[in-house]
Design a protein around this ligand. Structure first.
Ligand SMILES: Cc1cc2nc3c(=O)[nH]c(=O)nc-3n(C[C@H](O)[C@H](O)[C@H](O)COP(=O)(O)O)c2cc1C
Length: 387
């Protein structure tokens, strides 16, 4: 099954009430099951969010979402990114992030900071603002055969781990409800998991997923140790990379069955299973998507994601293609999988950029009123921010 419907006026019925139930994760109660996933907007000034970004997050909570995960927020390390328009958590940006979190809380939502390091991905940016920039990663590979920067030494890995811990402590201090470790889409932590970019022969590399997950697990463990038992840690993973949609960190279910318990034992409370289309089967012989498979290996809540409400996937949008809102049958399929126990939460990305009221409109059965997400220039466009 690759396509499901789609007309926004189709007469398919759906019962959204199961997705409106609260969920408890450690001490945190989420008021419903809708999440806004991390989406980098390039709007920060030297890593700090401004009024516009604060309003953008707050509006999505007013529109019904229960949990906002910040855009990828660089940890405070010289190799994390050289782009000053990317979010960063550091002493000089902490107050601006505190205000963002307060806005989300005032509106009744919860917020996680997504802790990120770009690894060997060459995201450009203003090199002059960071002339000392050296890209660090497991093996200096952004993609098999493509070098950018170099392999991190043990001492550098220790300092990277400390930067993640400091980011989590800062997130906790400014009042967030948790953090998400961005181990997806081909960035630093994911470069450890992906055999194509991790050629290390020390304890951070090796043929099995448990070898390659060692650094991610150590980071999760260190964050848990520093932040204590009440702070929520989500770990985002993906098979696909921005540079390779067919990449795989695990090729068989049993490998996933080793990875997930390992990260759970290290401190993960939530798994965010990133796919581009939530309904596509991960492996032959079952219609389970990646989220459903992850769920089969853990008692922790799992977040599903991918083209909820839109007929083209995220990378097509980022390439500038225009998609269309989808109809009720896509929502009915989402509810069917949720009711079956495939996942506990659902992330809605672009649809919520397009319409801050997306959750309210879907729960109110007002799909034809949804304002379409406009690809155009989703990184920079301002007119998609608020109604
Ligand atoms: C503009 C944009 C920026 C994104 N930035 C991030 C990011 O910072 N961190 C991340 O984990 N995913 C990022 N993503 C991926 C989204 O979190 C999400 O997984 C993806 O858009 C699929 O969900 P959707 O189909 O509902 O849009 C981004 C997506 C978009 C459209």
């Amino acid at each position: 099954m690759t396509e499901l419907d789609e007309s926004t006026t189709e007469a398919v019925d759906y019962d959204i009430t199961p997705l409106l139930q609260p969920l408890q994760v450690r001490g945190l109660t989420l008021r419903n099951r809708f999440v806004m996933p991390g989406m980098q907007r390039y709007w920060c000034a030297d890593g700090a969010p401004d009024e516009r970004l604060r309003e953008y997050y707050r509006r999505r909570v007013q529109g019904g979402v229960s949990l906002v995960i910040s855009e990828s927020c660089a940890v405070d390390h010289p190799s994390a990114t050289k782009n000053p328009t990317f979010a960063r958590i550091s002493p000089d940006t902490r107050e601006a992030w505190r205000a963002c979190v307060a806005g989300v809380h005032e509106a009744g939502g919860a917020m996680f900071l997504q802790l990120w390091h770009q690894g060997a991905v060459n995201y450009g940016g203003d090199a002059e603002s960071n002339p000392d920039f050296v890209a660090l990663s497991p093996s200096g590979l952004s993609h098999p055969g493509e070098m950018f920067g170099r392999s991190a030494t043990q001492a550098e890995l220790d300092s990277l781990k400390r930067a993640f811990v400091q980011g989590a402590l800062d997130a906790q201090e400014i009042g967030t409800d948790g953090v998400e470790l961005h181990s997806a889409h081909g960035f630093l932590l994911d470069q450890f998991l992906w055999p194509g970019t991790n050629l290390r022969t020390d304890r951070y590399g090796g043929p099995s997923i448990t070898d390659r997950a060692t650094f991610v697990a150590e980071v999760a463990q260190a964050v848990r140790a520093a932040t204590g038992p009440d702070f929520v840690i989500s770990v985002r993973i993906s098979q696909w990379k921005e540079s390779d949609y067919d990449a795989k960190i695990v090729s068989q279910p049993d490998e996933l069955g080793q990875l997930i318990p390992m990260l759970r034992a290290a401190g993960a409370d939530i798994f965010h299973a990133s796919t581009r289309r939530f309904w596509l089967p991960e492996w032959e012989g079952s219609d389970l998507g990646l989220a459903g498979w992850v769920k089969s290996f853990t008692d922790a809540p799992v977040i599903a994601v991918g083209s909820v409400g839109l007929d083209i996937d995220v990378m097509a949008s980022l390439d500038g293609q225009e998609g269309n809102p989808t109809g009720a049958s896509r929502i009915a399929e989402l509810v069917r999988r949720f009711d079956r126990g495939d996942f506990d939460l659902v992330s809605v990305g672009r649809s919520q950029i397009g319409d801050p009221e997306w959750v309210a409109k879907v729960t109110g059965h007002r799909i034809p009123d949804i304002r379409a997400f406009k690809a155009g220039d989703p990184w920079l466009s301002h007119d998609t921010v608020t109604t």
